[in-house]
Design a protein around this ligand. Structure first.
Ligand code: 1GP
Length: 252
């Protein structure tokens, strides 16, 4: 039985936005500690501040029913693409527009490199989700993502090593690379690492972890990031003006 590949609608949209704005910001919502209604309200605010897509996911999400309710409500509220950012097979939900089909390149455990992906693949096909093939590379200790994904954190002071992995991702045909410092991380992905990866890798370069100011975001954008992800800062009271500044500072 042949299955029709879903058009690369979200991917094209992201690439068009990057071409138009140089760098774009996206908001990450963790479906675990939020009601669908709260999530939708937050997504609408994030979109209004200038973010161009909403990611939903996290390293420890296990409740797919809750995840799908959150995604559905967000989809009903915003016009931006809603993209799953799974930490495991439980991060797959039918109502999203697309999913980061993510390989944790520097995990010590093959489960996070190919096995979870194989286990999730049938559900993705069944739901007709658009897949965005992504190399996920954890820099430094990596917070919960590093711990749960059994990552052998890439040394932040070895940009060449990270670039080598990004080049491997390119040769694998992965059209997205995500450099992750970890949610709520104290340190960010160093500019030298982003620059080295930008030189080696031609696809869409995503950077996230610990970004909470226009200065942080601008540094990542100037180093070559195409997409900047913000999660933790959206949990702070009154984040709107900072997020507006961030979105404005990275986009041309
Ligand atoms: C986490 O990179 C994302 O996976 C976002 O990180 O929560 O620190 O913004 P923050």
């Amino acid at each position: 039985m042949r299955h029709k590949l879903r058009q690369q609608q979200v991917e094209s949209k992201l690439k068009d936005l990057i071409a138009a704005h140089h760098t774009i910001c996206v908001g990450l919502i963790d479906s675990e500690n939020i009601t669908p209604r709260e999530a939708a309200k937050l997504a609408a605010t994030v979109e209004k501040c200038g973010a161009k897509a909403i990611l939903v996911g996290g390293s420890t999400g296990i409740d797919q029913i809750e995840l799908d309710s959150v995604v559905k409500e967000i989809k009903n509220t915003v016009t931006s693409p809603v993209i799953l950012f799974p930490g495991n097979v439980t991060g797959v939900a039918p109502s999203a527009d697309a999913i980061f089909f993510s390989c944790l390149m520097n995990s010590d455990n093959p489960y996070f490199i190919t096995q979870a992906q194989a286990l999730g693949a049938l559900a993705i096909r069944k739901y007709g989700l658009e897949t965005l093939p992504m190399a996920y590379i954890i820099i430094g200790e990596g917070g919960a993502a590093g711990f749960v994904g059994r990552a052998r954190g890439m040394p932040p002071n070895k940009p060449g090593l990270v670039a080598m992995y990004a080049l491997a991702a390119q040769y694998f045909g992965m059209r997205f690379v995500y450099l992750e410092a970890g949610s709520g991380a104290d340190g960010k992905v160093p500019a030298q690492v982003i620059k080295a990866v930008r030189k080696a890798y031609n696809g869409v370069l995503i950077v996230g972890g610990g970004i909470k100011s226009a200065t942080d975001a601008k540094a990542a954008a100037d180093s070559g990031a195409d997409i900047i992800v913000m999660g933790t800062m959206l949990e702070a009271q009154g984040f709107e003006s900072t997020l507006r500044d961030i979105c404005k500072s990275v986009s041309s």
